[in-house]
Design a protein around this ligand. Sequence first.
Ligand code: SAM
Length: 292
Amino acid sequence: MNKDIATPVRTRAILEKYGFSFKKSLGQNFLIDTNILKKIVSFANLNENSGAIEIGPGIGALTEQLARMSKKVVAFEIDQRLLPILKDTLSPYSNVTIIHKDVLEANVQEVMDEELKGIEDVMVVANLPYYVTTPIIMKLLEERLPIRGIVCMLQKEVADRISARPGTKDYGSLSIAVQYYTEAETVMIVPKTVFVPQPNVDSAVIRLTRREHPAVTVKDEGFFFQVTKACFAQRRKTLLNNLTSQLPDGKQKKEEILTALSQSGIDPSRRGETLSLEEFGRLADELYPHFH
Ligand code: SAM
């Protein structure tokens, strides 16, 4: 077995060898704890026939563990300075492809078709750059990529919002957007001490398991998300207040909104944070004809 990249001593030696300086603007906080990395990989339940997509391999700490546990790894890295380092650190692994691209600009489906051809079980596994966690997760879900799910490290505060259940303070439009496509769970809380440099915020690992079908079936997805966002526009306000102030011509359509609430069996004085996905789905479908 090759020497792990992610020990404090080896990481320091690699960084020194290449004179690498961290770019805060790229969310560069590298993991230096092999046990944590192995645990992250174990949450993905990979086997020798699985493929893994990584976002932001850094110097290869997680990539290496993924290469050992799967058939093929494809990793998107934005920072050109890391390419020669990765070539060096990952040289013992022949099943890794590094793609020098901003993942937000990348055509991930095309990369999957080329690099993971014939592999049926694919997971995204990443220690995400914290400045773009939500856009990355939403891109992967909205593009409906043929992946089994996502296991990723992110800010604990965002993990809490993503996996929040109705009736809790963290529940909001992000919980709904992610839970519409996946089953979301926080699987591990991670201390700051396992990163170099240490981030300013606490971290957590979440697992998102893609649903075969979205959690609710609605007439119009775009409108469903518009309604959920409207209902959380001001958390202290009632559904009726938020909907009348946020939906187009909502004030003039107050009666229609009241009718839709009543037909979906939802009390207008409730707040968005108390509604389940099913209730949001019913409400959006009842509102839909009045706004189209
Ligand atoms: N995987 C490594 C680890 O766990 O030690 C590094 C994780 S570090 C938190 C995030 C990585 O994402 C960095 O290598 C950074 O350069 C890269 N990155 C930042 N923004 C990116 C983007 N838009 N697309 C691809 N990679 C990005």
